[in-house]
Design a protein around this ligand. Structure first.
Ligand code: GTR
Length: 431
């Protein structure tokens, strides 16, 4: 699975190494040895760029938060446009008694410029029948099309470009890929626990390859529509994150959904995406990063696993053009990823790692969560509630949740159980 999701450059090396077993999964040049991590100093999240200290919550919410956000836009993910003015959503399919009556299902085509021929994406929504209205929801992008999250035959088969893999022929999904990602989306369990689930295919927003922008929202909307991108114009992660906000716009109009209780979730590159969406869009009530690694929850300055050089070489389209300048010189970055996590404060944040996913640097993810705590405390919330990284399969956390699951790079039922429990603690009773 990881080989399918990773795909390019280093990804292929990782996939080949993984095929030989986790112990061999070390791409050439990558450091997987804790003893070889050089010393580093993180930027102080509670200090303004001019060196002045952030003294209280008002300093943070009034000025420092915006400053950190701007730095991530200018140096890492790029600036995104606002919501397009003429968006229309069209319900293309609905069934009030889907999955044997467990849920109602709707499939909504979001026409981003209001026209059938313009850029669009499709949201699949299941709302639990038994839960009192309006219900809280999880929203996350998927890797292979909405039809891969569940074998439900009524889910429309994606017609969009796909990376080659099982059930994909000539870059198009076939019926054979129906339900292919079901192990990452325990739909019935989510519904049984009283949450709605909304998902969309990330490739609808932008196909995931260096030329993908030509067929995605970035060529039709916003600054790059002219075909020229400034060093701080949005990259693909920003485009996907922008799509999550547009999906939230749709949920906010749905009377069955409580838009004040929507958790945004993502795995791996889509975990980076969920974090950037949650950092920018404070309407997201909770943020879940599953194995997001480099460019996500993992500290950039910590030289372990994937590096800025590796990620900007394999995936030049993910970030804004300026980010590449920091390959091999992470210390020059004006931010590090703990500050991305801090942008989620005071909202509940869950960061999860997997013990064999060394490429994503589990310890670097934990340490970033730890280093985001001062902002949570400033906002009157406890962060992780522990100082030491927990052993595998021992979830910890207060307003910041964390676990390292035993096993490989994946979004599993175990991970979802922790997110559902965390959501129960933070999104109920209704705020
Ligand atoms: C890898 C990439 C990681 C991670 C992963 C994924 O190849 O190096 O940063 O995002 O892809 O999305 O599965």
């Amino acid at each position: 699975m990881r080989g399918v999701i990773r795909g390019l450059g280093y990804g292929l090396v990782v996939a080949a190494a993984l095929a030989a077993g986790p112990a061999a999964a070390q791409p050439p040049g990558a450091n997987y040895d804790e003893a070889k991590v050089p010393a580093y100093t993180l930027p102080d999240v509670l200090r303004f760029a001019d060196g002045a200290p952030v003294r209280d919550a008002a300093d943070w919410t009034g000025r420092r938060r915006a400053e950190v956000l701007r730095l991530f836009e200018a140096h890492v993910y790029g600036r995104s446009p606002g919501p397009p003015p003429a968006t229309q959503s069209v319900v293309v399919e609905a069934d009030p008694r889907a999955l044997g009556g467990l849920a109602s299902r709707r499939q909504v085509r979001v026409l981003l410029d209001g026209t059938e021929t313009g850029p669009s994406f499709e949201v699949l929504l299941y709302v639990p029948s038994a839960a009192p209205r309006p219900v809280p929801a999880f929203l996350g992008l998927n890797f292979g099309g909405n039809h891969t999250v569940h074998p439900d035959p009524a889910i429309r088969l994606s017609k969009a470009w796909m990376r080659e893999g099982p059930g994909v022929a000539d870059h198009r999904a076939t019926e054979a890929s129906r339900g292919a990602a079901a192990s990452s989306w325990p739909v019935e369990r989510i519904l049984d626990r009283g949450y709605a689930l909304a998902t969309a295919y990330y490739g609808d927003l932008e196909p995931d390859h260096p030329d993908g922008w030509k067929d995605g929202v970035r060529s039709r909307i916003g600054p790059g529509a002219s075909g020229r991108f400034a060093p701080d114009d949005w990259g693909a992660i920003a485009a996907w994150a922008w799509g999550l906000s547009r999906a939230l716009d749709v949920l906010a109009k749905d009377p069955d959904i409580d838009a004040r209780r929507v958790a945004v979730i993502g795995h791996s590159r889509l975990g980076k995406t969920a974090l950037w969406a949650g950092a920018q869009d404070e309407r997201f009530a909770m943020v879940v990063s599953n194995d997001s690694g480099e460019g996500g929850a993992a500290l950039a300055r910590r030289r372990f696993g994937e590096t800025t050089e590796a990620i900007t070489t394999s995936f030049p389209h993910w970030f804004c053009a300026r980010f590449r300048e920091y390959a091999g010189r992470e210390d020059a970055l004006p931010v590090d990823q703990h500050e991305l996590l801090a942008l989620v404060a005071p909202r509940p944040l869950y960061v999860a790692s997997a013990s064999e996913d060394l490429w994503a640097d589990p310890r670097g993810e934990f340490l970033a969560a730890k280093a985001a705590e001062p902002v949570y405390r400033l906002r009157g919330r406890e962060g992780l509630g522990v100082d030491a990284m927990p052993v595998p399969d021992r979830p910890v956390g207060k307003t910041i949740g964390y676990h390292v699951r035993r096993g490989e790079h994946a979004l599993t039922a175990y991970d979802w159980e922790q997110y559902l429990g965390f959501a129960d603690r933070h999104l109920r009773p209704r705020p």
